[in-house]
Design a protein around this ligand. Sequence first.
Ligand SMILES: [Cu+2]
Length: 71
Amino acid sequence: MSETVKMTVTGMTCGGCENAVKRTLMKLDGVETVSASHSENAVTAVYDSSRVTPDAMKRAIEALGYSAAGG
Ligand SMILES: [Cu+2]
């Protein structure tokens, strides 16, 4: 079933960073929608909890060079 996770992501400085995070998360199987705000250090994702976990999303964000917590 779909769940929502809100993560605190630091290191995003512009809309390009937001788009990079969105694109990366949308590539993960089970991620349905993503919104990102660099001004609020926030990334919110709707995901299928049977296919992907918040931990996997945080790892993918950190692989881009940002830090991710919460969720
Ligand atoms: Cu940027």
